[in-house]
Design a protein around this ligand. Sequence first.
Ligand code: 1HN
Length: 351
Amino acid sequence: MNAPDRTAQTRQQLYRDMSPHDLTPLWEVLHALVPQKPATPCAPALWKYDEVRPFLMRAGEAITAEEAVRRVLILENPKLRGQSAVTQSLYAGLQLILPGEIAPSHRHTQSALRFIVEGSGAWTAVDGERTTMRPGDFIITPSWTWHDHGSEADGPVVWLDGLDIPMVRFFDAGFAENNADRSQQVNRPEGTSFARFGHNMAPVRHESPYGATSPIFSYPYERSREALDQLERSAPVDAWDGVKLRYVNPLTGGWPMPTIATFMQRLPAGFAGKAWRQTDGAVYSVVEGSGEIVVGQGESEVRYAFGPRDHFVVPSWHTARLSSGSGCVLFSFSDRPVHQALGIHREERLS
Ligand code: 1HN
């Protein structure tokens, strides 16, 4: 046997002998453990609402909200099938509630956002306060708060759920409880949290009622849209983002949720954006209008034409650029707060 073969054999024997002791050599895996740049297993993906909606409506016939507890079709990343994940760290799903239904009260350590996609007149209750859902509203369910949904609408109501489920699973920190009451007691009139915290003011003697999470349950679309409209007319349009605003926790100026960043942006008519990439993978919900996103480079480049209520995902460190002929409004969320807390967020704006 020549020297290289002998060396290889010695090493293989060493690995075999140590394996029963739950030991393994770092040098065989080091490159994969510490990649030179992010190598996400996630793929870009697009869910056209026209294709998804019929399945949601069939789900509405196949199971009640009560029986399902939450009647949701999970948007599973095509490269993470079976993991209930849209990116490595985030969960996304589309939830349907029909007139007269109740999705029963429970709480869990996972934080949730709702972004209303179709229909008006359903409500969600969080910690004793109900909020009416309207298209384009961004609603928060803070960690460990009781929440239930119901509908007095005259048609289906559909919203996007975004949760930090994979993160909480990763940390093995998930707890959940069902409420004894199907719908929780309401003990504050609708709009109380917005009156307290939603007008660039806060009660003089307040504590942050939900820790690091915003005390505003619902950020109404009306207000976000108005801000974007005015900025489109009066302020410089960013060459990468168009007009993009981030939602804030009014008590801190930081993200509304400790684990999830949320944004709304307007691409003006004729916008042809420059490319960027960043470490936080993001999920987009198209609110109004249409456009195109190009994700990835070279052979793996994909182009998605999107319209209202479509959803797509841009994975970590994939280059992406947006354009829109007639203008559009996009909501998005990502895991950026966690990247920032760890000091590992990176962004590159390419020209
Ligand atoms: C949940 O509680 C809701 O409250 C939606 O509407 C989706 C996915 C996994 C775990 C809990 C909701 C969920 C969820």
